[in-house]
Write a protein that binds this ligand. Structure first.
Ligand code: NAG
Ligand code: NAG
Ligand code: NAG
Ligand code: NAG
Ligand code: NAG
Ligand code: NAG
Ligand code: NAG
Ligand code: NAG
Ligand code: NAG
Ligand code: NAG
Length: 366
């Protein structure tokens, strides 16, 4: 660095120190050895492991609500079903211990996020679950952890606190492993995608809220939108394929391009979530398209046969980077009904929130 820019940088740093009284003394050297210029947060400024905006608080508090349900869900499944029922589903004592260990991981994730959020952090709630057998439990875990991870990938890069974002990421990479293990417990191919999609906070909250029944009164009100529910009435069901737990297996495709997908959806204004506090809402116009949120892409198909709150669409083909690359649609993905086919990429996917008529729903394409 030349002496002039070094002096300039020192002046800037001193200015910053003057602004933040709690900041430590200015470092005597501004560039660490063996460190190329650029990057953010690489100097001796103390990291901020706290929300730096309401956006940060609300995003991470949503993630904390997700961690709490995972903790409850894993314990709940282990308690609800007998050893015989687990064994009949091909899950032995060591597999059950792995689920218990996942619950313990959730304890750690909840502590980390609570420490970041401070005294107003959400506390655990009471939940209701849609499954009645072990396979249904494993399938629900596999889907819930998918929207857990995708829900975070959608906002991580938009947080003001990069330092808090990193700790959150360190928990979500663990959750991603849980998701894959639940797929293996189900006998599905562990990871048919090349990229895990990100979804918006409002999409994640829409998927999560129906399962939370009641919460401590002091839990912060979640501000994200609850979209009207979307139901895929012919969602491919892995449990119809007679699969058994496997590290990997060449499962016959659960779905295919050209498959007709049948959809029904709610009108807005329905109470959802816990304690009657939340109402579904949409700001979109008439239903016209189905958004397929998968890999890095959001692609659209036409919504057809529209009659009241039902319609059909056709599963698209296509490959992420052209011929001989991964199909766009495979694995546990998201679809939503929209009023327009707005082009979005991972960093601006929130631009479709205002176009969502209903959804998302989790589509079990593979
Ligand atoms: C959960 O339900 C139980 C039994 O109805 C109730 O006593 C408890 O307060 C509820 N917990 C929360 C966090 O709402
Ligand atoms: C979705 O549709 C299927 C098939 O009609 C039905 O069995 C299921 O109960 C519906 N789920 C919801 C949440 O409405
Ligand atoms: C795993 O799948 C392979 C083939 O898909 C099969 O031969 C094997 O028996 C399966 N393993 C278990 C434990 O079911
Ligand atoms: C699994 O599928 C791949 C890709 O289609 C194929 O190359 C491979 O031969 C299959 N293996 C088995 C054991 O079926
Ligand atoms: C999804 O991936 C699995 C594993 O590679 C493959 O067997 C299946 O055919 C794929 N499904 C689609 C719809 O491409
Ligand atoms: C949806 O939200 C908007 C903006 O807050 C509000 O004006 C509208 O009444 C809400 N619609 C329903 C159905 O609750
Ligand atoms: C939906 O519409 C398409 C043509 O747009 C038609 O081929 C298909 O049979 C219809 N499906 C149903 C379930 O009505
Ligand atoms: C999916 O996204 C990738 C990366 O942005 C792009 O190259 C590809 O063309 C997209 N594929 C489709 C079918 O939209
Ligand atoms: C992809 O495959 C199609 C059909 O085989 C072919 O017509 C097209 O040229 C291929 N595209 C590229 C970019 O290789
Ligand atoms: C989202 O970003 C892409 C560039 O990655 C841009 O082409 C597109 O117009 C943006 N969409 C909206 C709705 O702003």
């Amino acid at each position: 660095m030349n002496p002039l820019s070094k002096a300039l940088l020192t002046t800037l740093l001193l200015g910053l120190v003057a602004l933040t009284s709690s900041a430590p003394a200015a470092p005597t050297t501004t560039t660490a050895p063996f460190t190329p210029p650029g990057g953010l947060g690489t100097n001796s400024t103390p990291p901020v492991y706290a929300p730096m905006s309401e956006f940060d608080f609300q995003s991470m508090n949503l993630a904390l609500n997700q961690e709490w349900i995972e903790l409850d869900l894993f314990h709940h499944g282990l308690a609800q079903f007998s050893v015989e029922e687990f064994e009949a589903a091909g899950l032995d004592a060591e597999d059950r211990y792995l689920i218990q260990f996942m619950a313990e991981q959730e304890v750690g994730h909840a502590i980390a996020l609570t420490n970041i959020l401070g005294p107003n952090a959400a506390k655990p709630c009471n939940y209701s679950y849609p499954f009645t057998d072990v396979r249904g439990f494993v399938d629900f875990c596999q889907k819930l952890t998918r929207w857990g991870e995708s829900g975070v990938y959608g906002f991580l890069e938009h947080l003001n606190s990069r330092d808090a974002a990193n700790i959150l990421l360190q928990s979500i990479t663990t959750e991603a492993r849980q998701q894959m293990i639940f797929r293996q417990f189900e006998g599905l191919f562990p990871m048919p995608e090349w990229f895990i999609p990100g979804i918006t906070q409002s999409m994640a909250w829409t998927l999560l809220s129906p399962y939370i029944v009641t919460c401590p009164a002091e839990n912060p009100k979640i501000v994200w939108q609850n979209f009207p529910a979307l139901n895929i009435t012919n969602n491919p069901a892995p449990d119809e394929e007679n699969l058994s737990p496997n590290i990997s297996s060449n499962v016959t495709a659960l779905s295919f391009p050209g498959r007709e997908v049948s959809l029904t959806w709610d009108s807005p204004g329905k109470i959802t979530g816990y304690d009657g506090l939340y109402t579904t809402n949409t700001t979109a116009g008439d239903p016209k398209f189905v958004a397929w949120i998968t890999q890095l892409n959001t692609t659209y198909t036409s919504l057809t046969n529209i009659s009241g709150n039902s319609g059909t669409t056709i599963q698209p083909g296509g490959n992420i980077f052209g011929n001989n690359t991964a199909p766009l649609v495979n694995s546990t993905i998201f679809i939503a009904i929209t009023d327009a086919d707005v082009f979005v990429t991972p960093a601006n996917i929130s631009m479709i929130n205002s176009h969502i008529v209903a959804g998302p729903a989790v589509y079990q394409s593979g």
